[in-house]
Design a protein around this ligand. Structure first.
Ligand code: P6P
Length: 357
């Protein structure tokens, strides 16, 4: 008698899991087969295609002429543009052409939103994205990521100003990131929990690897560029001195936001990019970095703030607005905020005393 390696039930479960692709999962999440649900499912599928194309390029970049290094250009952020930045940005544009899904794209790499005319009357979604986040890591083969945010277009944007994008992060319909690491992982939420997919290169599909990810309420990790210590305001310095003097904290910082956030999401702790002397508003961009990650983190039971205001409440004045970011486990974000609140209170008390003297 031949005994199957895996009993039928186990085989069936494994097969069902391998069939839980991105597009199917979105429909399960939305519990609907409506036109809007189908559109979001197809949109996520296109993001998955972009991720596969970028992942393929990254894994072979060291062997491809002209894939690595800088273009010699400077982007709207005033940052040196890597060739991979341009490639990844073009990939996101290419996967949405002739899709009818997305009328506008807004990217860290493009000063103005990019319109896809054939999609515009029908496609009512806008994709905001950072095509390659942490591109300084690309040339040294360390992890990088892509970050995306999905918003509904409001109004007809007749003048092409895309002013309807300048709204709070609560307006996001969905958000996520792709981490290009030892494996390529796509993490997303459509407002019904956070779910992780791993690219199976043998299938060329993202397969569900973890559902309803929950960030621990506290974790040991604090993730910050301590080289900026001299540029921070006093309360942030006080927080760093605190974690230096108390057992149970570990510093981890990769220089690439997506990898640092992924670690916090799964192991707990806090990531900080506070305002600095050179960048008082912080370095990270609100609409396509902080807000989508805040959406995810809150869906996973964590928090994200500027240090004084929830990120999802911040309304940007311009497309490429920056914001300070404190994000991660509820308790750890609250601890950072407590140092800021205490410092502000002491400042007010001292000012009141000075005013009376
Ligand atoms: P710093 C990469 O340039 C990036 O935008 C994020 O991915 C990363 O978290 C941050 O900047 C790193 O900045 O100033 O610490 O090098």
């Amino acid at each position: 008698m031949v005994v199957a390696d895996n009993p039928p039930v186990v085989q069936e479960l494994a097969l069902d899991r391998d069939c839980t692709t991105l597009s199917r999962h979105v429909l399960q999440q939305l519990q609907s087969f409506s036109g809007d649900a189908q559109e979001l499912s197809a949109l996520m599928n296109r993001i998955g295609l972009a991720a596969k194309l970028i992942s393929r390029r990254l894994t072979r970049a060291g062997l491809l002429e002209g894939a690595l290094g800088v273009t010699g250009e400077v982007n709207v952020q005033g940052e040196s543009v890597k060739k991979m930045d341009v490639y990844a940005n073009d990939v996101f544009i290419a996967v949405f052409k002739q899709s009818g899904l997305v009328c506008r794209l807004a990217s860290e790499e493009m000063e103005e939103p990019y319109y896809i005319p054939e999609n515009c009357p029908i496609g009512r979604h806008t994709l905001l994205y950072d095509p390659i986040d942490g591109s300084s890591n690309v040339d040294i083969n360390l992890n990088v990521g892509s970050i995306f945010s999905i918003r509904k277009q409001e109004g007809n944007d007749e003048d092409g100003s895309a002013r309807d994008l300048l709204q709070a992060g609560h307006k996001q319909i969905g958000a996520g990131y792709i981490l290009y690491g030892p494996s390529t992982v796509l993490v997303y939420s459509m407002g019904h929990g956070v779910h992780a997919f791993t690219l199976d290169p043998s299938l060329g599909e993202f397969i569900l690897s973890q559902e309803n990810v929950q960030v621990p309420t506290h974790g040991p990790i604090y993730s910050v560029n301590e080289g900026n210590f001299w540029q921070w305001e006093e309360p942030i310095r006080e927080y760093i001195r605190y974690v230096h003097r108390h057992e149970g904290y570990t510093g981890r910082y990769s220089g690439a936001l997506v990898g640092d956030i992924h670690r916090i999401l799964f192991q707990g702790g806090v990531f900080l990019y506070p305002g600095t002397v050179k960048k008082p508003e912080g370095k990270l961009r609100l609409l396509y970095e902080s807000a989508p990650l805040a959406f995810l983190m809150e869906q996973a039971g964590g928090r994200a703030s500027t240090g004084t205001q929830d990120i999802l409440d911040v309304i940007p004045e311009r497309l490429h607005a920056r914001s300070p970011l404190v994000i991660g486990s509820k308790e750890d974000v609250a601890l950072v905020e407590s140092f800021i609140q205490d410092w502000k209170r002491r400042q007010e008390e001292e000012a009141a005393i000075a005013a009376r003297s």
